[in-house]
Design a protein around this ligand. Structure first.
Ligand SMILES: [Zn+2]
Length: 103
């Protein structure tokens, strides 16, 4: 079952301001805390963001992934044609070409 995050709208209780609740996707979202019965709202879940994608998949989704290799030096592991492999601080010509990505 997926885990949802809820947030106390007012005062937190012993669950904390934000707490997690395992629920079926068919369940109605909670409107009150199961412990203190104060109003809560569902938070936009971070669950479901799968970060274990390959660099090629990330690139196909339109993301650019930079890995720090040294101080001020980043490897663009999702570089597209014409992009520099390494991005260096202070060298704008090495920045990823976002205009190409967005066009
Ligand atoms: Zn509560």
């Amino acid at each position: 079952m997926p885990i949802y995050e809820y947030e106390h709208i007012k005062e937190p209780c012993s669950f904390g301001q934000i707490f997690e609740k395992k629920q079926s996707i068919h369940d109605e979202p909670l409107t009150q805390c199961p412990k203190c019965f104060n109003p809560v709202r569902k938070r936009i879940s971070r669950v479901g963001i799968n970060i274990s994608k390959t660099n090629a998949e990330i690139r196909d989704l339109g993301f650019t992934k930079l890995i720090k290799r040294d101080d001020g030096v980043y490897e663009n592991v999702t570089r597209r044609q014409g992009e520099s492999r390494y991005m260096e601080a202070g060298k704008p010509e090495t920045l990823p070409d976002f205009s190409k990505t967005i066009s």
